[in-house]
Design a protein around this ligand. Structure first.
Ligand code: ADP
Ligand code: ZN
Ligand code: ZN
Length: 725
């Protein structure tokens, strides 16, 4: 690849465009440019009748005169004012496309802010000028606190909102010292509340002291965690050098933040998984917080893992200058834990909480001993009352939104099924609707059973709405220390849909206006609540016996993370003389998962799980991919998958001998929005063998699409390293 051409040379260029992976157009198209262009330059080029955004990927010196422009359409416009996308960025995108079996253009263009596609050079120039003006306001993009070392326990230099930088705890200090020496990906195994975020802040600070122009990327699994993190980084480094990248931004904000990162003004980029593709010309540190979280795996388009790409990206960048990657978690993914056991990652530990705060004690509530059908067992209810009376907060976790998962008629057995999916429509009492959580179909709740006319149709099972309603009634007489009524609130995808409602609900919790917060896994992650002393898990048993082999890992992480929201402020706990506890309602108190949970013993749990995985040759001891197919009928989808397997075997594809192709199966929820879904699991003990197989298979799959049974197919896709089966 040529990076630089003589300044006067005209050239032909390979331009990568957002062509769908399956369009058959290939990865790039050739164009002619009368002016010299470099790889990585953004251009607008004609495609059919349209003009589209593209990225110059390769530049060829001009062929002899006369031949030059033959058949090649000219580049319409190049964005000369914008620095080119760097070779490392292009290599990252190319790797992601290859590894996850997608089109290069699809991945590359999806990594750019959507608004960029709509701008011409003049409009872009205006945005860039605005950006420059903003940067001048903060001394050319350097960051306060980056200049001089910050003494422990002092105020960071150059900061307004009196941000006191805490002295590192001994564990933090040891980790920071090790980080300074480390040359490997680091797995920061730190208890909940051990101060991992402070480590990230210090690591960024140390980096900026060495190199004031360096950039750091910090990834979190959920949008709702970005405001808290932005506040902490903004407080430490000044808000000008810190930008966020996630799908909650307006198109204009996203472009502005992306440009700030790309042009080097932003020192720190905070974001969700999509931010792993941010263009960062001086990237020297990548943090993946809560690295175990399945949200890091994209579930559509290119199904990439932002965590795995972060590790890859750090290695790529290290070719230029040292780039460190830190994966942080109290419950690491078994893949990461295994990598640390093998020595591929360096494990650094912070087992203790800040200021010696105690980890929650596990209290198992045996439902066999409780009144039948009770939603909240009496001893747990008594705890909620007592804690609210002392001014302590509680968190009640139920991983199911809505009022009840299904409405049923006891006379005829009718159930509120979604007409378009093989799933129940969930009963939402607040707006009297039946809503499908798979396709979004909504209908009003019928007055009587649609099948038999019986008036007595009833909700079956529980959701967060119901728990909120019940607790409201059960706690009606309960009082706070000042004699006012106890307040219950709910935090889930429904209650936070309106703009600003997530923020206001979290603020109410942080400010102590809420005593009992009911929520889904959304409340379990990352939040630094200060006054919670009790966390309760309801209906957790399905996670003990689910068919997905990752279910125990997920449940353990969910409960430990949820518990991690309690007792984070040692001083508060001491002043209250509070018992910090995790209560779990279960029919199976003897289950071994709970024994490890009671000891907060993730290493023992991980060791046991890894033994099971090893004996069954499951990941991380093998590598998986799914071939997914969607059609109007299940038979068509499965027949196509079978034909795909036959074609692979018939062609004797590379890697096949080391791989197992399992028979096609319907997905657990096999029909969504009227579309039947099937998948085939492909497994291999060798990652290269699996990759070779998938790469060689692709052209056959494209061809198969055009003959029966492929003609009846709606879509197919490959999911490499799937996180749920
Ligand atoms: P984690 O991310 O490991 O769950 P946090 O980084 O959120 O933990 O830290 C937990 C709490 O402890 C936060 O409120 C943080 O401000 C505080 N904290 C972190 N490090 C220190 C320290 N060295 N001294 C005092 N407080 C600290
Ligand atoms: Zn009926
Ligand atoms: Zn549906």
């Amino acid at each position: 690849m040529t990076e630089q051409l003589p300044p006067t040379a005209a050239c032909s260029v390979e331009v990568v465009l957002a062509t769908p992976a399956h369009s058959g157009l290939g990865d790039s198209l050739s164009y002619w440019s009368s002016e010299p262009l470099q790889p990585g330059v953004l251009v607008r080029v004609p495609l059919g009748a349209r003009e589209v955004l593209g990225i110059v990927w390769q530049v060829h010196a001009p062929p002899p005169d006369g031949l030059s422009a033959d058949g090649l359409k000219p580049v319409r416009e190049s964005f000369a004012t914008l620095p080119p996308l760097q070779a490392n960025w292009r290599a990252l995108v190319a790797f992601a496309a290859r590894y996850y079996q997608r089109g290069l253009g699809e991945v590359a263009l999806a990594a750019l802010p959507p608004q960029l596609r709509e701008l011409d050079g003049a409009a872009l120039l205006r945005r860039l000028k605005k950006l420059d003006a903003a940067a001048l306001g903060v001394g050319g993009g350097t960051v306060p606190g980056a200049g001089a070392p910050v003494a422990a326990g002092t105020q960071a230099p150059g900061l307004g909102p009196a941000a006191v930088v805490p002295a590192p705890s001994p564990e933090q200090a040891a980790v920071l010292a090790a980080l300074a020496q480390s040359t490997q990906p680091v797995l920061l195994f730190g208890a909940t509340g051990s101060g991992k975020t402070e480590v990230y802040l210090r690591a960024a600070q140390a980096l900026l002291q060495q190199d004031p122009q360096a950039q750091a990327l910090v990834l979190v699994p959920e949008i709702n965690l970005t405001p808290q993190l932005e506040a902490r980084f903004g407080e430490r480094f000044g808000t000008h050098g810190v930008v966020a990248l996630h799908s909650g931004l307006s198109p204009a904000q996203r472009l502005r933040h992306w440009l700030a990162a790309h042009c080097g003004q932003a020192r720190i980029v905070l974001g969700t998984r999509m931010a792993v593709f941010a263009s960062l010309p001086r990237l020297r540190l990548i943090v993946v917080d809560e690295e175990h979280d399945p949200s890091y795996k994209s579930q559509d388009g290119a199904r990439y893992s932002a965590r795995d790409l972060a590790v890859y990206r750090a290695r790529l960048e290290s070719g230029t200058a040292r780039c460190q990657v830190i994966l942080g978690s109290a419950t690491p993914a078994l893949e990461s834990w295994h990598a640390a056991e093998q020595g591929r990652y360096q494990r650094l530990q912070m087992p203790g909480r800040i200021a010696g705060a105690a980890l929650p004690r596990l209290r198992l509530l045996d439902l066999n001993q409780q009144p039948r059908q009770c939603l909240i067992a009496p001893p747990l209810l008594a705890q909620l009352v007592a804690r609210a009376a002392r001014g302590e907060q509680s968190l009640v976790l139920l991983n199911r939104r809505g009022y009840a998962p299904v409405l049923a008629c006891h006379a005829c057995g009718w159930k509120s099924d979604c007409p378009h999916c093989s799933a129940h429509a969930v009963f939402h009492k607040l707006d009297r609707s039946l809503r499908c959580h798979h396709c979004g179909h909504a209908s009003p709740v019928p007055r009587a059973c649609p099948a038999c006319g019986n008036l007595d149709i009833a909700p079956v099972g529980r959701g967060t709405e119901q728990v909120e309603e019940h607790l409201g009634a059960l706690l009606a007489e309960a009082r706070r220390p000042d004699g006012s009524p106890v307040r219950v609130a709910r935090l889930d995808a429904d209650s936070t849909r309106a703009k600003g409602s997530l923020h206001s609900r979290l603020a109410a919790m942080h400010e102590g206006e809420v005593d009992v917060l009911v929520g889904t896994q959304m409340v379990a992650k990352g939040h630094d609540f200060r006054r919670i002393t009790l966390v309760a898990g309801l209906n957790v048993d399905s996670g003990l016996f689910a068919s997905d082999y990752r279910a125990p890992e997920r449940l353990f992480a969910l409960l430990l993370q949820a518990a991690g929201r309690a007792g984070r402020d040692a001083a508060f706990v001491a002043a209250q003389q509070a018992e910090v506890e995790l209560w779990v309602q279960t029919w199976y108190p003897q289950h071994p998962l709970f024994a490890a949970l009671a000891r907060h013993d993730y290493p023992a749990f991980a060791a046991q799980q890894l033994r099971e995985r090893a004996s069954a040759q499951m990941p991380p001891f093998s590598f998986q991919a799914l071939l997914r197919a969607e059609a109007r009928t299940q038979a068509t989808a499965q027949a196509w998958l079978q034909a795909a397997a036959d074609a692979a075997r018939g062609a004797g594809l590379p890697g096949l001998a080391q791989s197992t192709l399992y028979p096609p199966l319907p997905l657990t929820v096999q029909r969504v929005a009227g579309v039947e879904r099937a998948q085939m699991l492909i497994e291999s003990p060798s990652r290269p063998a699996l990759q070779a197989l998938l790469a060689a298979w692709q052209p056959l799959l494209h061809a198969l699409r055009r003959q029966p049974p492929g003609r009846g197919l709606l879509r197919w896709a490959i999911d490499v390293d799937p996180v749920s089966l």
